[in-house]
Design a protein around this ligand. Structure first.
Ligand code: PEP
Ligand code: MN
Length: 338
């Protein structure tokens, strides 16, 4: 349920209505936005007598929120959420471009890719240190050593780092070292991990959509993090499983539109994991920006043929550079900047 206050409500009106609601035993979230003040209610709202609340001189309307996600719901927070990461914003006018290899493999590799994507205009560096692999015999990532290398690459380039967490046991280390903590598709419903990320940190969480999860399930996973107190969630559409086998996954660009309507959270698109083939990545990136994504996360490798992970879907630095140039006009056409 949300309580919409009248435009002319002042601080004391907000406090009065909010205190009344709190006294009824519900949790409230007051959002002061560009179009006015909204008080979102979480908990047992059946105790609320709508007519009584509507009787307050400052209340414009009381609206039921039927969706199960509340804090992630646009009705609770009508303006877009803009997340600030070391002065760089995700969710505003400027597109967030996150680029780098699937996995950190060596100092030379990560530093060379970091420098080249920075020169091309990327705002963030990605690189997996702990890798979720289908096979236990495949490269599992450089783990702690990989995190150290990402920190060096950040020092060398100034790019904030994005890397995946797989276990709640590593949260302390990630909180200290990582600028955006990625929750991968395979962990989207690892509820203990989500709860811990909500409770223990306010660092932004890049929440990938699960392999076969609905938009509502994805938003409920965001809700887990937000319910714990961390409202800095960035959604990432990375393709879903369908009957189609030609592509690694099926990029669901309609999900970007759906999520933008249902939620205020920023959403970025990962065309690399969606397609699984490097030659689709540039066109899909342009399509994602055209449809209104707040950014992209793209795999870039200096030597894709010998990459330890996801080489087939990785762009070479020169191609990434071309892509960045071509994105400028598309960004402009949809009122964004690069
Ligand atoms: C990745 O980003 O390298 C990754 C493993 O992604 P996903 O969780 O989307 O498969
Ligand atoms: Mn990958």
């Amino acid at each position: 349920m949300i309580v919409v206050l009248k435009q002319d409500s002042d601080e004391s009106d907000i406090t009065r209505v909010n205190s009344k609601l709190v006294s009824l035993g519900v949790q409230t979230q007051v959002t002061v936005g560009s179009s006015g003040v909204v008080i979102g209610l979480i908990g047992n709202t059946s105790v609320i007598n709508e007519e009584e609340i509507k009787g307050d001189k400052s209340v414009e309307d009381v609206i039921k929120v039927k969706e199960p996600f509340k804090k992630a719901n646009r009705k609770f927070h009508p303006d877009n959420t803009i997340i600030d990461i070391c002065g760089r914003k995700i969710g505003g006018e400027k597109l967030a471009i996150i680029a780098g290899p699937c996995s950190v493999e060596s100092p030379e590799q990560i530093i060379s890719v970091a420098k080249s994507v920075k020169d091309s205009g990327a705002g963030f560096l990605r690189g997996g240190a702990f890798k979720p692999r289908t096979s236990p015999y495949a490269f599992q990532g450089m783990r702690e050593e990989g995190l150290e290398l990402l920190k060096i690459a950040r020092e060398e380039t100034g790019l904030p780092i994005v890397t995946e967490i797989m276990s709640p046991y590593l949260i302390d280390k990630f909180i200290e070292d990582v600028d955006i903590i990625q929750v991968g598709a395979r962990n989207m419903q690892n509820f203990e991990l989500l709860k811990e990320l909500g409770r223990a940190t306010r660092k932004p969480i890049l929440l990938k959509r699960g392999l076969s999860n609905t938009i509502e399930e994805w938003l409920m996973s965001a809700e887990y993090i937000m319910a714990g107190g961390n409202e800095n969630v960035i959604l990432c559409e990375r393709g879903i499983r369908t009957f189609e086998k030609f592509t690694r996954n099926t990029l669901d660009l309609s999900a970007v539109l759906a999520v933008k309507k249902l939620s205020h959270l920023p959403v970025v698109v990962d065309p690399s994991h969606a397609a699984g083939m490097w030659w689709m990545v540039e066109d899909l990136s342009r399509a994602a920006v055209a449809v209104g994504a707040d950014g992209l996360i793209i795999e870039v490798h200096n030597d894709p043929a010998n990459a330890k992970c996801d080489g087939d879907q990785s762009l070479k630095p020169e191609r990434f550079d071309n892509l960045m140039k071509s994105l400028k006009d598309i960004a402009k056409a949809v009122g964004r900047e690069l």
